[in-house]
Design a binder for this molecule. Structure first.
Ligand SMILES: Cc1ncc(COP(=O)(O)O)c(C=O)c1O
Length: 393
């Protein structure tokens, strides 16, 4: 069966899904295997061992057929009981979604919102937890806020939780950060870390991955929120067989296995360094074209950049011009709708993609008669040379 010729190749600069490497796709296209077989158990063992390294944990990792939102719900229903109080630290649309999931299940949610474009102040969080003296059953945060391009100071938040609310569970939405930014699950004592497959893990959408520490597993034994499909206890019970309780998304497991091995072959420090260089390029190019950056240098995400549209430029016109050139980007979400452009620069996206993007971006700006036309690509190329990001990487 021929692939539909009406779908041309796209340069996927959206902050997920991200491009999938041909070698990873090819690995996922292998013939299906029985998920109750020795071949599968071998895949299970290898994939989980690799994922533990990427999550920087020695504890449990569970892989669900789910989008990131499903995996967030999984974390909530396994950790808490009706009426418990949780502190949520939203810094954008996805932090807000985490809070809404907790509310939907009857938790008493208190928000400490950060201004959009900034990360919460860890000192203020510490002070709040100290004052509440153990009243929160959990703290829910977003490691990398995709709607604003902000990276949380996760180590400082985790330290505040451990110091002032030692029994609270720390749940970390790392859907768009894991595999692109350093997240030390065990060293920072995070209880549940949630990732999605379609971001820096660089495979198609469809897998939610959770790293679950011992404190969270113990809480899961007592938790009374309703759960059935999302109950992680059957996953835990079957892990020593190397099987999952329900049919796993085997082809995506193959792809994730290949992607994880690639990440580990490059080495986590090198992967994180490369993402920081991609950030430097994006952050040089947008302002050069007259698009101010939303996040400060100190708060900037290494996987996503959000820039503000200059006065007089409408997002739909910009998006349409880019789409006509085969380029997909994100716009503002929630209160930032219509005011932003957001791009992802994570996973398999490399310097050549980023430079190509900014050349096409310049082109569109010129078409639209925008003031900064012709400057983004030059600034991107100069930044890439300065940080030593090779176009092929
Ligand atoms: C930080 C963050 N959390 C949660 C989600 C939700 O993931 P999904 O759309 O796969 O449900 C996303 C998706 O972009 C995200 O970036």
């Amino acid at each position: 069966m021929a692939v539909d010729p009406a779908i041309p190749d796209q340069l996927l600069m959206v902050p997920g899904p991200t491009p999938v490497l041909p070698e990873v796709r090819a690995y996922g296209a292998r013939p299906l295997i029985n998920h109750r077989s020795q071949d599968f158990r071998e895949l299970y063992r290898r994939l989980h061992e690799g994922l533990r390294q990427v999550f920087q944990t020695e504890h449990d990792v569970f892989v669900w057929p789910a989008s990131g939102t499903g995996a967030l719900e999984c974390a909530v229903v396994n950790c808490f009981s009706p009426g418990e109080r949780v502190l949520v630290l939203p810094m954008g649309a996805f932090g807000e979604r985490f809070a809404e999931i907790a509310e939907a299940f009857g938790l008493r949610v208190e928000r400490m919102p950060a201004e959009y474009g900034a990360a919460p102040d860890a000192e203020a969080v510490a002070e709040r937890l100290r004052r509440e003296d153990g009243a929160f059953a959990g703290v829910l945060c977003t490691f990398n806020e995709t709607s604003t391009g902000v990276l949380l100071r996760q180590a400082a938040i985790a330290a505040a939780v451990r110091r002032h609310a030692p029994d609270a569970l720390l749940l970390v939405d790392a859907v768009s950060g894991l595999g692109g930014a350093d997240l030390r699950t065990d060293e920072w004592d995070c209880d549940v870390v949630i990732a999605g497959s379609q971001k820096a893990l660089m495979i198609p959408p469809g897998l939610g991955v959770l790293a679950v520490g011992p404190r969270a597993l113990r809480a899961g034994e007592r938790a009374r929120l309703p759960r059935s499909y999302w109950d992680w206890r059957p996953y835990k019970a079957m892990q020593h067989h190397g099987e999952t309780p329900y049919t796993p998304a085997v082809s995506l497991w193959y792809e994730l296995d290949a992607a994880v091995r690639r990440i580990l072959a490059e080495g986590l420090p090198a992967v994180f360094e490369r993402h920081k260089k991609m950030r430097a390029v994006a952050r040089a190019a947008f302002p050069a074209a007259g698009f101010p950056l939303l996040a400060s240098e100190a708060d900037a995400s290494p996987t996503v950049t959000a820039a503000c549209l200059p006065a007089g430029l409408a997002f739909p016109a910009l998006q349409e011009g880019l789409e006509r050139r085969g380029v997909q980007v994100g716009g503002g979400m929630g209160p930032l709708r219509g005011r932003m452009i957001r791009i992802g620069h994570m996973g398999a996206l490399g310097a050549a993609d980023l430079l190509r993007f900014f050349a096409l971006f310049d082109d569109v700006l010129a078409d639209l008669g925008a003031g900064g036309a012709g400057r983004a690509h030059a600034a991107a190329a100069a930044a890439a040379a300065r940080v030593g990001l090779a176009p092929e990487g």
